[in-house]
Design a protein around this ligand. Sequence first.
Ligand code: GDP
Length: 613
Amino acid sequence: MQAPSIGGGMLPRGNGQTVRLSRGASLTDFAEKINANPASLVQVMFNLGEMVTATQSVSDETLKLLADEMNYVLEIVSPEEEDRELLESFDIEFGEDEGGEDALVARPPVVTVMGHVDHGKTRLLDAIRKTNVAADEAGGITQHIGAYQVTTAVNGEDRAITFIDTPGHEAFTAMRARGAKSTDIAILVVAANDGVMPQTVEALNHAKAADVPIVVAVNKIDVDGADPMKVRGQLTEYGLLAEEFGGDTMFVDISAKEGINIDGLLEAVILTADAALDLRANPDQDAQGIAIEAHLDRGRGAVATVLVQRGTLRVGDTMVAGDAYGRVRAMLDDNGNNVEEAGPSAPVLVLGLTSVPGAGDNFIVVDEDRTARQIAEKRAARERNAAFAKNRRRISLEDLDMVLKEGQVQQLNLILKGDASGSVEALESSLLQLDVGDEVDLRILHRGVGAVTEHDINLAAGSDAIVIGFNVRAEGRATSLAEREGVDVRYYSVIYQVIEEIEAALKGMLKPEYEEVQLGTAEIREVFRSSKFGNIAGCLVRTGLVRRNAKARLVRDGSVVAENLSIDTLRRFKDDATEVREGFECGIKLSNYNDIKVDDVIETFEMREKPRV
Ligand code: GDP
């Protein structure tokens, strides 16, 4: 495109027209949209006090500033929206079943188990799985692929249920944050001996926010002191009324440990699905769904567990998942068996992707390899731009000046790399929940699955970030590059250790807070006047101790008459003393202060650094 030159320092004028730009766009992108010369926009930004180059991607605020200046209305296109448009440009629609009502066939519910820590989520997922393995003639070695499917007989009919087997609501919310709806029903586990706890309520709120029906599993009924009725009572406060009391939530008493009434729970899931939801999908179309877990396997390359939401996924299909693509080389079910196809609600492990998608990324099957590659590449480019936009340290003249003067905003930048998308996301969400006050900002510039690469180090070097490797190591020349660039790369294998260290680092970055600690009080018994030193107080230490150089205030008849003093000299008889304790006499000279009287009290104190809690 030939951009008309804008001479004479004239600005391009928008007259209120709308410009749509994606997050992380550059001035060149902007210029292209309004048919202007990129250099003129660089000039505009310069006049506004920001130095940016034409091709670097800039933050939303910078784009907004520029648009305002030139009288354009800026519309930043969200990543979701942009992705929808990207797929549309290939004539693909994600999220809708093809064909009409007639094409829809019933599909199994997809269930997530949530609840307070230690209430038995993991145990329950194991128990459910075990009841079913016995019935499975394959009886193979079960594999944790992030999800599994079981069947249960309800009213004489075999019904399947898919469980996402990463317990807890972190995974659930991480996926939801990306707009992926992975769950149809939530099982809320509440230990009958413990009752409703903070994370029970949190989980419940997450489920409600996602508009997902809840089945309550009242667990640990085998334990002494278990009170399943109390749990029912407690949950009414949160709007979950048990069916037996006229409500519409099913409560099922179970013991995950003893395997009591697991069937009853599964039945409740099916009955709730039948009553509250219309779970149907078209099995006869190109498959679509979401990636729920993915990692890099030494022998097999990228492996991803996907949940098919509509259509049927087959070996040989070409798929795109997030910014990964490839042809499905093989598929395994949760028993480790090879399968040729997977229909709606089936979780399968997929081999053959070029890279590792993120948990919650959608996947689609497309007709041509070329389409898959193009979509994946566009998404990868977008991710990169967005990451750059986020990480851009704004080189604004005023800002720089201010930040240097005040040093008030501190920020810790991180790059997270891990072995599986689930762990990376769990790590990210836990880190983002760290709360150490407003003064320090934690930013995750980039996260991904796989080894720490040179690209990561370069990104870190460019933005003063620390690189966290979770169960992964640096590859190739990344280590030497990190050394050369002075990038701190840290390796961990336990999530809470990362959290702890980062939290400590954040606290270390905080300016210390001080609190006053009283040392003691001294009563003035006599005032000695000295032409050389000024007035000296002859004191008796009443409480605690008095220390030389300590801070002091003077109290007369119960009111403070002078603040911000200090103990200038402290003497026992004729000798200088560093401190004098309760019950002893001493001579005190207060710094620059002479107006002392008999019976005044000198209070001394120190400022100590307050430990952050
Ligand atoms: P999570 O943190 O919710 O995943 O809880 P876990 O599944 O790890 O269970 C926490 C503890 O409670 C473990 O020691 C389990 O063995 C125990 N537990 C789980 N379910 C039951 C149960 O039904 N009865 C008893 N007695 N203990 C249970």
